[in-house]
Write a protein that binds this ligand. Structure first.
Ligand code: PHE
Length: 358
């Protein structure tokens, strides 16, 4: 028995030393420790060992078994580390100048629509800014005239991190930083004109038109004598460019603590043509672009004198816009990772509303 156990150990050591990939070790584990393996048969043979030697023989087999287990685990870790390193090293060999095979992939519809809207605003002199997805309470709420415990926070429940930070609920979270960045230019006589697209997160009940992860594009303009007419002009220009046709919009009062007055700009649902469908919650309208005149407290928070300067802000629902533009009936498609659904938009132009067939 002792001899057999010793032989087994040697056999194992030989094999384990020869192993070069972590996957081989799983094979070794099955081979040596599996139900039909040599350890099991040694255990079975214990029956035939005389009683006085049983204890010692059992201990020896157990020692070998433990040795095999521990060695396999250690060797596996060692090989996995080497494999990871190889992977990292090979990534460095990635050639960024290698020509892209255009047929291999496509842009996500949100990226397509984002670039299109960016181009439109860039042509009107707007800077395109980027901002964090993880923000603090001050930027997401307090700097926007939403103090702690304000009921407006209920509409924007989100995911809080243990670091006292949160996933931003709206692109408005960047407003304060943008005003501060361009404040000197403003004082030098150059209006602030910026758009900042971004991914936003909310604790939402998910359905055909609500997602917990979605995209917005914020836009702001600040100068002397900016009025609601400027806001309406920019919104109309942008929408007619995106849809390349007249689309029906309506403006209704809307409440957001960081604008005064505030509006909801709705567009007629392009999926059903205003008749009502699940994508527009049967209303025929889709809230596309909440907007308004920047609240004086928000300008003051960034050190801009609201007596001297005024401005407008809007929060365009990029995901919604993509739905309308491409006739996507269910918002969940965007985060679905379904290449079949997502790869069909690149060359697609806007969708005409469904016509009733008589
Ligand atoms: N941030 C607001 C929201 O996501 C939208 C908004 C932006 C409203 C700018 C007014 C002005 O609900």
């Amino acid at each position: 028995m002792l001899e057999k156990a010793q032989q087994l150990k040697e056999q194992f050591v030989e094999k384990v030393n020869a192993a070069t990939a972590s996957a081989e070790l799983e094979q070794l584990r099955i081979e040596f420790l599996g139900k039909k393996g040599p350890i099991s048969s040694l255990m079975a043979e214990l029956r035939n060992v005389p009683n006085e030697q049983k204890k010692e023989a059992g201990q020896i087999i157990n020692e070998v078994k433990q040795f095999i287990e521990v060695t396999i685990t250690a060797k596996k870790e060692e090989l996995q580390k080497i494999e990871e390193q190889k992977l990292i090293d090979s990534a460095e060999d990635y050639d960024v100048t290698f020509p892209i095979d255009e047929d291999k992939g496509s842009y996500h519809p949100i990226t397509l629509i984002q670039r299109e809207v960016e181009d439109i605003f860039a042509s009107m002199g707007f800077a395109i800014e980027d901002y964090d997805e993880i923000v603090d309470d001050y930027h997401c709420f307090e700097a926007l005239n939403i103090p702690k415990h304000h009921p407006a926070r209920d509409m924007q429940d989100t995911y809080y991190l243990s670091t006292n930070q949160l996933l931003k609920t709206h692109t408005s979270a960047a407003q304060n930083a943008i005003y501060i960045k361009y404040k000197n230019d403003l004082e030098a006589g150059k209006p602030i004109r910026a758009i900042f697209p971004g991914r936003c997160f909310r604790n939402e009940k998910i359905d055909a038109c609500h997602e917990n992860t979605f995209f917005q594009m914020e836009g702001v303009m600040v100068d002397k004598d900016i009025s609601i007419s400027n806001l309406i002009y920019f919104m109309k220009t942008m929408l007619s460019e995106v849809f390349q046709r007249d689309i029906t919009v309506r403006l209704r009062p809307g409440f957001f603590p960081f604008v005064e007055p505030g509006f909801e700009l709705d567009i007629q649902c392009a999926i059903c043509g205003g008749k009502g469908c699940p994508s527009c919650k049967d209303s025929g309208w889709l809230e596309l672009c909440p907007c308004g005149m920047i609240h004086p407290n928000v300008l003051s928070a960034a050190g801009i004198d609201p007596e001297e300067y005024t401005g407008f802000a809007f929060g365009l629902g990029l995901t919604r816009l993509a739905m309308m533009r491409y006739g996507v009936k269910d918002i969940r498609v965007f985060n679905s990772c379904s290449l079949k659904s997502l790869s069909q938009f690149e060359n697609k132009t806007f969708v005409e509303p469904e016509k009733e067939v008589k």
